[in-house]
Design a protein around this ligand. Structure first.
Ligand code: S3P
Length: 428
């Protein structure tokens, strides 16, 4: 079955995007190793987060569904997890695999981990290497660089680690392992990546100190379960921020969107491109800033995206490329090599798929160059089983003449169940 997208006349209405994927994963994981109950509201019931729930259930954590998007996690405490009797299958979720490795590094038991074709191609050495340095035993393909992996943890040493990549998954895995080590574990990264781990661990009772791009965590804290309300996912809102900007006569109100400053690069870039975005009703829920965002159509101009901005919008680059295609002038995206090791090689897949619409787009070693302003023609797109590619191409389809077909759209459920219905509800 394919997703068929027709050129949109205008997009009007209110949208409540699903809960943030990063925060949902962490609520289950950290709730599972805290003492007591963690009630999670607005949990993302996408495939990736459900993989996290299954893995933690396999380690003895009870997770009850208390509503369509709410969960109750019965925490086992830092040392309460049980050796899983089955292989932990993370599906398509890099966050599940990398963060769970950090927690498993502290457990005195054996666990085996695997995932789908894409996960088994993604680099795991970036977490297995430093976790070994802290004392975990890890086995896997190519000396532990690729899944399937096996780990036996316990007796960790605190460490100071200078990460070569700005990656929240690497930083989080090491901070989680740091919970199990005596003393202070420090992670420094070249640019600041998303800080949901730091915020949530602190909220649950850990001592986390932040100094620029350097984060320290004190080992052996007492974590206590609490209520966690998950903000709407800005990475899901991104598709509507771009769609509302590029489709004439549109006005979309996106309610309850997480606007954490380590995640809001898309707002900054779209505003630099001339987008009409208004943030209202700014508030904070469990240490995460949230706002409603009003987007109205506007004429966009090309821009340059690189440096410290990249980790703040890394998951939004596929849909920003669509915005660039509809903008006047040239857009250059650089310093984004990390795109090559996402769910698909997102430099290659964005360039290949957007070219099919007639977009003048060129692959660069660390990004892409887009000459905007051409009229797009409907295309038949592959999703590469990559949710964000499927949704970005659907947004391109809204601006293209005729009809666009997105093949294999089921992967959208990884992060945004109900995307097609939400989009249809806005088309007036
Ligand atoms: C995530 C971190 C980012 C991001 C991913 C979710 C997280 O990955 O792309 O979608 O929840 O920590 P990296 O850590 O590989 O940059």
């Amino acid at each position: 079955m394919s997703l068929i997208i027709k050129k949109a006349k205008k997009l009007i209405g209110r949208v409540r995007v699903p809960g943030d994927k990063s925060v949902s994963h962490r609520a289950v994981m950290f709730g599972g190793i805290a003492k007591g109950i963690t009630e999670v509201e607005n949990f993302l019931t996408g495939e990736d987060c459900l993989s996290t729930v299954r893995c933690f259930k396999a380690m003895g954590v009870e997770v009850e569904e208390t509503g369509p998007t709410s969960l109750r996690v019965l925490g086992k405490g830092l040392m309460g997890l049980e050796e899983p009797g089955e292989v932990l299958d993370v599906g398509n979720s890099g966050t599940t695999m990398r963060l769970m490795l950090g927690i498993l590094a502290g457990q005195p038991f054996f666990a085996a981990l695997t995932g789908d074709d894409s996960i088994r191609r993604r680099p795991m050495g970036r977490v297995t290497e430093p976790l070994r340095q802290m004392g975990a035993e890890i086995w896997g393909r190519q000396q532990g660089k690729f899944a399937p992996l096996a780990i036996r943890g316990g007796n960790l040493r605190a460490m100071e680690y200078n990460s070569p990549v700005a990656s929240a998954q690497v930083k989080s895995a090491l901070l989680l392992a740091g919970l199990y080590a005596h003393g202070v574990t420090v992670v420094e990264e070249p640019e600041k990546s998303r800080d949901h781990t730091e915020r949530m661990l602190r909220y649950l009772g850990a001592r986390v100190d932040v100094d620029g791009n350097r984060v320290s965590i004190h080992g052996k804290p007492e974590l206590t379960g609490k209520k966690i309300t998950v903000p709407g996912d800005i990475s899901s809102a991104a598709f509507f921020l771009v769609a509302g900007s590029i489709i004439p006569d549109s006005e979309i109100i996106l309610e309850n969107v997480g606007v954490n400053p380590t995640r809001d690069g898309i707002i900054e870039v779209l505003q630099n491109m001339g987008a009409d975005l208004q943030l209202v009703n700014l508030r904070e829920v469990n240490c995460e800033p949230v706002a409603d965002i009003i987007v109205r159509s506007s004429s966009l101009r090309g821009t340059e995206i690189g440096g410290a901005l990249i980790p703040r919008l890394i998951d939004e680059i596929p849909v920003l490329a669509v915005a660039a295609a509809m903008a006047t002038g040239e857009t250059v995206i650089k310093d984004a090599e990390e795109l090559k090791v996402k769910e698909s090689n997102r430099i290659a897949t964005v360039v290949k798929e957007l070219s099919k619409f007639g977009v003048a787009i060129e692959e660069l070693p660390d990004g892409m160059r887009i000459k905007g302003g051409k009229t797009l023609t409907g295309a038949v797109c592959e999703s590469y089983h990559d949710h964000r590619i499927a949704m970005a191409m659907a947004v391109a389809g809204l601006s293209a003449q005729g009809e666009t077909e997105i093949k294999d759209p089921q992967c959208i459920d990884i992060s945004f169940p109900g995307f097609a219905e939400t989009l249809a509800s806005l088309q007036k």
